[in-house]
Ligand binder design. Structure first.
Ligand code: HEM
Length: 232
């Protein structure tokens, strides 16, 4: 089925003269759900199955096994899977799908942003993802460390690092699909990790996070991984 691009998102804020337009064109939530969550989940599986991160996958399996034979409830998915949360955050830090968000102020007004006086009409871009590899926010920025997102963990990210992390945007236009996307990705990781014998073989030489416009980063095109079931 070919999906017709009917309109771009051009949402007007009611209380100010700020409008926000996205680099992403919205057709419907199906189109959003698919490339966003599938891309991030694929990238998460790439990092988890990378030979350098075997211990991370083991830890994830332990977290998932804590549910025993019971399927996790929505409440469990939201509150009781801190490492899975960390895996998703760490994936969106290393391979963010939205690198920046554009904002436009259409009126002739002045406002202050980060102690800087701005004069409308003006369009500006917040390149959130530029901070994600900055060692002043994230130690060992190129390493996959899901634990850094767990409160109280020795590797825990600083407040500055948490504040700089905006994979779903911010403010009144924070991603509307945030909760749904997180639940979908966590469910997918649960399904993968609950089976100890299941691994995904990636060609780690040729398959790498690849930069583009949207998704800003994705794991190389094509069919990058092969699910295998290891013999016990
Ligand atoms: C990993 C998954 C996703 C990521 C990383 C993501 C990221 C983003 C970002 C960065 C924005 C711009 C926020 C801003 O302007 O500050 C946004 C907006 C939006 N997203 Fe998502 N998104 C994801 C999944 C979804 C899904 C699954 C849906 C729908 C089911 C969705 C619906 C929307 C909508 C409607 C907006 C516009 C909100 C507004 O302007 O008020 N997103 N998203």
């Amino acid at each position: 089925m070919e999906l017709q691009v009917s309109h771009s998102i051009f949402l007007e804020a009611s209380m100010s003269s700020m409008i926000r337009f996205s680099t992403v064109t919205l057709v419907d939530s199906y189109v959003y759900l698919f490339p966003t969550t599938v891309t991030v989940t694929t990238s998460a599986l790439y990092y988890l199955n990378h030979p350098d991160n075997i211990t991370k996958l083991q830890k994830l399996r332990e977290e998932v096994k804590a549910f025993g034979h019971e399927l996790p409830t929505v409440s469990n998915l939201k509150n009781d899977m801190p490492l899975t949360d960390g895996v998703i955050n760490e994936t969106m830090r290393l391979a963010p799908i939205v690198g920046n968000v554009f904002y436009a102020c259409k009126d002739d007004i002045t406002f202050t942003f980060k102690e800087q006086q701005m004069q409308g009409p003006i369009t500006f871009m917040l390149p959130f993802a530029h901070n994600y590899s900055d060692p002043q926010y994230y130690s060992n920025p190129n390493c996959f460390v899901p634990e850094r997102w767990i409160t109280g963990a020795p590797e825990e990210v600083s407040e500055k690092g948490r504040a700089a992390f905006k994979p779903f945007g911010m403010g009144r236009h924070l991603c509307l699909g945030y909760n749904l996307a997180t639940l979908v990705m966590k469910s997918a990781l649960y399904c993968f990790a609950r089976d100890d014998t299941r691994v995904i073989e990636f060609d780690t030489v040729n398959v790498k996070p690849k930069a583009d416009v949207f998704p800003a980063y994705s794991i190389s095109n094509g069919f990058p991984g092969r699910v295998v079931v290891e013999k016990c």
